[in-house]
Ligand binder design. Structure first.
Ligand SMILES: Cc1cc2nc3c(=O)[nH]c(=O)nc-3n(C[C@H](O)[C@H](O)[C@H](O)COP(=O)(O)OP(=O)(O)OC[C@H]3O[C@@H](n4cnc5c(N)ncnc54)[C@H](O)[C@@H]3O)c2cc1C
Ligand SMILES: NC(=O)c1ccc[n+]([C@@H]2O[C@H](COP(=O)([O-])OP(=O)(O)OC[C@H]3O[C@@H](n4cnc5c(N)ncnc54)[C@H](O)[C@@H]3O)[C@@H](O)[C@H]2O)c1
Length: 473
């Protein structure tokens, strides 16, 4: 056992939550150590989540753009395409990210330790390194940011060869000819879109009646139609009772309604579960609630006041990298008595389906549940010059307002650049902007951002009609 070291802040986990917690502490002049059990810094976000999936998606989109110019480039994807070819940029992207993160930690004076951490008392964290050595770190404040892992269910045994999850899907050697995607959440829909665009025959199965059920249904239907046009199939409201590899060429999924779906590979994306079992929480006086989650207050503070938790390990929505970063920053600010701000109130959702989807604030259905007769302005991308020029007409921007048609309540977008465009709506929402602001603003031409003005003009028309009707009554 090595001698113990003392720190102001010990952070466990180097994903977006842990990193931002560590940097925030170091910037406040504290002595901070960041512990990570994996080889590299960055967590799921860098190695198994956001960055790998989006890099493959970008490659698929590049092929798609070439296909749109079929008169110039003649060609189609090779069959049995090795995944390494499709992922050739991934190493570069991950390395660039690793370098930037390691640099940022070093620049801010954060100590980095590679090893597995567990609590041994309220102020002690035991670090076990890869060579089996162990050391006790004494901590004034502890931030737990250990992330999450894919959920599994007994009827769907994941073997990481034929039946894969989001941790192993990109380890496939060849692009499969067919893929069954189990689940209809963001992970399932993003990979379904990407593989369908690469020419894989995709079947998506979910027990819910709609994919992405937490998003605006009109917006989701644009994604659904897009995937169907790529040859994708949806089996919704269906439960899988058994999944097995037939030993020859197919994964066989049996559904409760008697249907059998066969494919070369299966991706299982049925949600996530927090990494908390190995932290030895009881030793620090912590226990889980009836849902198996670690209870915390709005700042991530547990019942042991100097122990905080942040990011996906909290097991609550939205499980996003941006939310995790904010959780980490917020936890340390609170622990150090620094102002925390209220920026966590508005987290934009961005889903990288094809076309992509984004949302901020209330959608049409949520607004209708709270207000009598909210107004909804629509701007289909067919009415936007940039949509026609780029051939990306498969899009829609919706502005949701209160019944007066003046106060913006939310923005939902599906289509090219949706995950960028949403921030314009986010700023307007945060500033409490009147919808007329979009009409009075001169937008560049041709841009997708113009859709805000088109949707606002749609609201203006509806507002006038409503006022005339009220006068006439
Ligand atoms: C396929 C996929 C796609 C995604 N796409 C997006 C997206 O497009 N946009 C978005 O915002 N979010 C996306 N997410 C979600 C995003 O990746 C997570 O919300 C984010 O990574 C959570 O950050 P975190 O810091 O809480 O945890 P993680 O990133 O999971 O990091 C936790 C770290 O803690 C380490 N750890 C665990 N236990 C210990 C221990 N005992 N000792 C030491 N280290 C430990 C783990 O090794 C891990 O590195 C995606 C997720 C997946 C799976
Ligand atoms: N772009 C993004 O923001 C992004 C991308 C990927 C992941 N994420 C985050 O990762 C988290 C996890 O994503 P996810 O897609 O794994 O989970 P999820 O919880 O969002 O979706 C799981 C889906 O599986 C279905 N399901 C569960 N059990 C089933 C069963 N037995 N049979 C059939 N269907 C079943 C559910 O109905 C649900 O639609 C999300 O909550 C999200 O916050 C975000």
């Amino acid at each position: 056992m090595m001698p113990s070291s003392a720190y102001d802040i010990v952070v466990v986990g180097s994903g977006p939550a842990g990193q931002k917690a560590a940097i925030q502490g170091a910037k406040a002049g504290k002595k901070v150590v960041l512990i990570e059990q994996e080889q590299g810094i960055g967590g799921n976000c860098v190695y198994r989540g956001t960055i790998p999936g989006k890099t493959l998606r970008e490659t698929a989109l590049q092929f798609e753009r070439l296909k749109r110019s079929n008169e110039v480039f003649e060609g189609r994807l090779r069959l049995d395409l090795p995944m390494t070819v499709l992922l050739h940029r991934l190493d570069e992207v991950v390395k660039a990210h690793e370098c930037y993160m390691a640099d940022q930690l070093a620049r801010n004076g954060v100590t980095y330790r590679h090893g597995r951490a567990r609590l041994v008392s309220p102020h002690e964290v035991q670090l076990e390194t890869i060579d089996g050595a162990s050391q006790t770190l004494l901590a004034e404040t502890i931030v737990l940011a250990t992330g999450s892992r894919p959920c599994s269910i007994p009827e769907v045994p994941v073997d990481h060869e034929h039946v894969l999850d989001s941790d192993s899907i990109l380890s496939m050697i060849y692009l499969p000819r067919s893929l069954t995607v189990l689940g209809g959440g963001p992970i399932a829909c993003e990979y379904a879109s990407t593989f369908a665009l690469l020419g894989v025959e995709v079947t998506l199965i979910d027990r819910a009646k709609s994919p992405l059920p937490f998003m605006d249904s009109e917006i989701v239907s644009v994604f659904q139609r897009g995937l169907e046009r790529q040859g994708g199939r949806f089996y919704l409201g269906q439960t899988v009772t058994e999944v097995a590899w037939d030993g020859v060429s197919s994964v066989v999924a049996r559904l409760a309604n008697g249907m059998v779906v066969k494919s070369e590979k299966m991706l299982v994306a049925l949600g996530r579960q927090p990494n908390i079992e190995e932290l030895n929480l009881e030793a620090a006086g912590l226990s889980l609630d009836e849902k198996g989650l670690l209870p915390v207050n709005d700042h991530g503070q547990t019942v042991v006041p100097h122990i905080y938790a942040a990011g996906d390990m909290l097991g609550r929505p939205p499980a996003l990298a941006s939310q995790a970063m904010e959780d980490g920053r917020r936890a340390v600010s609170q622990a150090l008595g620094l102002p925390v701000g209220d920026s966590a109130n508005q987290v934009p959702i961005g889903i990288y389906t094809i076309p992509e989807i984004a949302s901020i604030g209330l959608d049409e259905e949520q607004a209708a549940a709270r207000y009598r007769g909210p107004l909804v302005g629509r701007a289909p991308f067919t009415e936007i010059a940039k949509g026609q020029i780029t051939g990306a007409c498969d899009g829609l921007l919706k502005l949701v307002t209160d019944p007066s048609g003046e106060r913006l309540l939310g923005v939902q977008i599906v289509g090219e650049n949706a995950t960028e465009l949403i921030h314009l709506g986010q700023m307007a929402l945060q500033d409490g902007a009147n919808i007329d602001r979009f009409i009075d603003t001169i937008f560049g031409f041709p841009t997708f951002a113009e859709a805000y003005r088109v949707a606002a003009l749609d609201i203006l028309g509806q507002r006038r009609k409503r006022q005339e009707l009220a006068k006439a009554a």
